[in-house]
Write a protein that binds this ligand. Structure first.
Ligand SMILES: C[S@@+](CC[C@H](N)C(=O)[O-])C[C@H]1O[C@@H](n2cnc3c(N)ncnc32)[C@H](O)[C@@H]1O
Length: 349
């Protein structure tokens, strides 16, 4: 009887906490947290106190709940996290608070996972042993599980990536051939040299069938970038990276090669599909990758491009609807002025 009463009181305290958070009642929220109210509790719509405080733009309450340990990344029943609700309501300072919390949490988690070697046995090797299929119109490259490796709707994005990394000619490196969309767009810009790294035997065979090894300035390096790039000893004016079935940790490893691979005046870009099934998670990962590239001496700008892949026909027969958002943030990375100054200073000494 006593236990049941305690449980009832706990539930009603948690509901009161949600109400106080929704109103931005900081004193009420403080008192309820001190009395042990459950800040993880979600109401019938799946919303918790942090989500409601975020929707209302009540920054002091949001800060308090984050400090109390409410996770930034819980979802309500409609699939929205606190950051999505703040974004929908247009509360910029609340978005910034949640973004910072998300970035910090994910960076710590990522570092921990890497330390524990959780990503070591990645799916990449499995992928490289599967048979791939190009459809008749060359609009899709599918793996053996009906997952799309690359789709033609990305054409305009690939054109924009090629423009970013190859507009001024020079020596260009592309990692991952897929449908060859970005490589066609790079070729149209007549680069001095055009190096393509591709690991999958079926894709490599397709490249040879299409005569890519005969194209002007083209050099094909067949193998995983992890194996072929470290010993390359060349610098590029433009680099594009777009692989498949790899972890974020692989991308971090690739980025660690950039100080060697990228010419000081060069431009780096990558397919930015990080956490692309949720707008707020995507923003968190945009910030994480930007900070990590900054630690390698690169400065990143994201160029927003509208994108519309809502038509279900586009995804017919595809198991992985890997894009859900209406804006693509195209990354353009250059060597930061501070990194250039530091290297000039080193040369002078
Ligand atoms: C998404 S597709 C690239 C699409 C390409 N940007 C285009 O414009 O069509 C990814 C490509 O990366 C290749 N790939 C995957 N892992 C790789 C690795 N570790 N090294 C080199 N290529 C890899 C895949 O076989 C695939 O051809």
């Amino acid at each position: 009887m006593e236990a049941a009463k305690g449980k009832e009181k706990g539930a009603s305290n948690a509901e009161t906490l949600i109400e106080a958070a929704a109103k931005g009642d900081i004193d009420g929220v403080k008192k309820l947290l001190e009395s042990g109210a459950d800040h993880l509790h979600q109401d019938e719509r799946g919303q918790n106190a942090l989500m409601l405080a975020s929707r209302g733009g009540h920054d002091p309450v949001v800060e308090l709940l984050l400090e109390a340990g409410t996770p930034w990344n819980a979802f309500d029943k409609e699939g929205h996290c606190a950051g999505d609700l703040a974004m929908m309501a247009g509360h910029q300072s609340t978005i910034d608070l949640l973004l910072e919390a998300g970035v910090r949490a994910e960076m710590v988690l990522g570092a921990l996972e890497r330390k524990l070697g959780k990503e070591a046995a990645g799916p990449s090797h499995e992928y490289l042993q599967q048979r791939l299929q190009y459809d008749a119109a060359s609009e899709r490259l599918m793996d053996a599980d009906d997952r799309a490796v690359m789709m033609a709707w990305e054409g305009p994005l690939m054109e924009a990536h090629a423009h970013a990394v190859a507009a001024s000619g020079g020596d260009v490196l592309n990692v991952g051939f897929g449908l060859g969309l970005v490589d066609e767009a790079i070729q149209r810009r007549s680069p001095r040299s055009h190096t393509i790294v591709e690991a999958h035997p079926d894709v490599h065979a397709r490249m040879l069938d299409l005569g890519w090894d005969q194209r002007p300035g083209v050099r094909i390096l067949f193998g995983r970038w992890q194996d072929v790039l470290p010993q390359l000893g060349a610098q590029f004016d433009g680099i594009f990276f777009d692989t498949y079935s790899e972890f974020y940790g692989d991308m971090q490893d690739f980025h660690a090669l950039l100080p060697k691979l990228l010419h000081p005046d060069g431009i780096y870009s990558f397919f930015h599909g990080l956490a692309a099934d949720n707008a707020f998670f995507h923003a968190v990962y945009s910030e994480i990758v930007k900070r990590e590239l900054a630690s390698l001496g690169l400065s990143t700008q994201f160029v927003p491009l509208p994108i519309n892949v809502a038509d279900p026909k586009i995804w017919e027969g595809v198991r992985n609807k890997y894009w859900q958002l209406d804006t693509y943030f195209l990354p353009v990375c250059t060597v930061a002025d501070s990194a250039l100054e530091a290297s000039e200073q080193e040369d002078a000494n």
